[in-house]
Design a protein around this ligand. Sequence first.
Ligand code: HEC
Length: 125
Amino acid sequence: MKSRRLAGASLAAVAFSRRGRWSAFVAWALAPVLAVASPDFVRDVRPILEAHCFKCHGPEKQKSGYRLDVKAIALTGGDSGTPNIVPRLSATSPLVTFITGEVEDMKMPPKGEALAPAEIATLKA
Ligand code: HEC
């Protein structure tokens, strides 16, 4: 959170020196948006997983020995043994490549509707 604000501030400084007042204003106006964009796990992420994934990776069933309702297991992995979620590198974490369908035969959820782009964006952030 803090580093994003700082990034926003330096962005403003760069925009100010290069393009003058207007772009500095735009960058300044965007900075709080960027700060807010960092999703909260319990508030933003968990409901998405609950809706789309808990059916097979939740309290009742654990396909591939993997459950998303227990953080320690969600972060590491199920039978694959590889970490599915890499903190702070969520955009390139295996879990995200599964939901975007980048890995053949590992599309998650395997059937039915894929996640909405906005939901994927939240998980990547
Ligand atoms: C209909 C049941 C079903 C749903 C819903 C589902 N999965 Fe899966 N998932 C599976 C099965 C079956 C496997 C094992 C696939 C394999 O190994 O070939 C698996 C494997 C995985 C793995 C690898 C686990 C390991 O071994 O480390 C991850 C990560 C994963 N799923 C994430 C998700 C996410 C995120 C969602 C929701 C967006 C989701 N899954 C929804 C059935 C499901």
